[in-house]
Design a binder for this molecule. Structure first.
Ligand SMILES: NC(=O)c1ccc[n+]([C@@H]2O[C@H](COP(=O)([O-])OP(=O)(O)OC[C@H]3O[C@@H](n4cnc5c(N)ncnc54)[C@H](OP(=O)(O)O)[C@@H]3O)[C@@H](O)[C@H]2O)c1
Length: 334
């Protein structure tokens, strides 16, 4: 039986996610409803993607009994409220990154998912790409020896995108793009909490971080460094250096289609979309969608690849980075 998806929010990433779902077999994934704040937006989205039901309000989607899982594609200041709406309605949830504005909100979301006994995952899609699966395999099998240094970068000029610039829309490079660098580092070091985090950065006039450099020290003299920016395009690669070898994601490390292992490159292309996409390689969201399906089929409440503990650690380190750089949101004041 197909996993029946409901889409919350009719914006850019929801469009791309819906296109990605259609690259998977229809007997496995079906989009049955979409909700937007305005009914006409939901109706337009439904028409474009041939979705049977359109709702003008997220509550109606929460009341729909014929949905297995809701994909939350609204901007992050609204993740807490929408996650709670759906978890309290006993709906499984895949929520866009960052899961929330800070670790306090993340804890609230995770507690609600547990209390309501539903599946919940932060949509860190990168972790489910074949490139990431291969990186974890190489690390687990010791093919690099012991990983000692990780470096990652994600920077794009995004000043024209209001949600990355304006504080009340959740602006800031750490939450928008730095999350990808940090999740990569934490994946390589198996979800271990860093012993030391040092961050420095520059902020926009709006009070959100524009470019941030972070160094992290882990146990057993293992190190990492990442740079994120919403002001400039960076090389956007990622490197893991081990005692016996090196792996490199040569570009667009958040949606990787190529992996270089000790100098030898292998390509892992994503499928073509049936409609134009808003973001690069978005059909690669199919891999996280399939992880959700497999988890639901097994009756799991979280993914072992992107667990609740992983989301909490990400948020805690992001909080610390923002504290050092001097960025706080209204949500931090509760
Ligand atoms: N995985 C990825 O590669 C990726 C890429 C881009 C973004 N994202 C994440 O996805 C989320 C959405 O990003 P996006 O680029 O799709 O954003 P977007 O198109 O600007 O907005 C998405 C939706 O958020 C709601 N929204 C927007 N502004 C709002 C406001 N002022 N008040 C209340 N609701 C508002 C709207 O929902 P309605 O349609 O219901 O009105 C809108 O359609 C963000 O959290 C972002 O971090 C992930």
């Amino acid at each position: 039986m197909a996993t029946r998806w409901g889409i919350c929010g009719a914006g850019k990433i929801s469009h791309d996610f819906t296109v990605a779902l259609k690259t998977l077999p229809a007997e496995h994934h079906e989009v049955v409803a979409v909700a937007a704040r305005k009914l006409e937006d939901a109706q337009e989205f439904a028409k474009k993607h041939s979705i049977p039901r359109a709702y003008g309000g997220y509550e109606e989607l929460a009341r729909d009994p014929d949905i297995d899982v809701v994909y939350i594609g609204v901007i992050h200041p609204y993740h807490l409220k929408t996650c709670l709406l759906f978890t309290n309605a006993k709906k499984n949830v895949l929520c866009e990154k960052p899961l929330a504005m800070n670790s306090r909100e993340v804890q609230e979301i995770l507690a609600s998912a547990k209390r309501n006994d539903v599946f919940l995952m932060e949509a860190i899609w990168t972790r489910f790409f074949p490139v990431s699966v291969e990186i974890r395999r190489l690390l687990a099998q010791g093919e690099l020896g012991e990983a000692k240094m990780v470096r990652s970068e994600f920077g794009l000029p995004l000043a024209h995108v209001p949600r990355t610039v304006q504080k009340e829309l959740g602006g800031g490079a750490v939450l928008d793009v730095g999350v990808y660098c940090l999740q990569f580092i934490l994946m390589v070091y198996n979800g271990e909490k860093p012993e030391c985090v040092q961050a420095t950065g520059i902020c926009r006039e709006t009070g959100v971080d524009e470019t941030v450099v972070v160094t992290l020290k882990f146990s057993k003299n293992r190190m990492a460094v990442f740079t994120c920016s919403s002001g400039i395009k960076l090389p956007n690669d990622a490197i893991v250096v081990g005692t016996k070898g090196t792996i490199q994601v040569p570009d667009h490390m958040w949606c990787p289609t190529s992996l270089v292992v000790n100098g030898k490159e292998t390509q892992y292309p994503v499928p073509e979309p049936y409609l134009p996409l808003n973001f690069l390689n978005s059909t690669g969201m199919r891999y996280e969608a399939e992880e959700v399906r497999q988890s639901l089929l097994k009756g799991l409440k979280e993914s072992s690849v992107m667990s609740h503990a992983d989301s909490l650690l990400l948020a805690e380190v992001e909080d610390e980075i923002r504290r050092q750089v001097g960025v706080s949101y209204s949500q931090d004041c509760h």
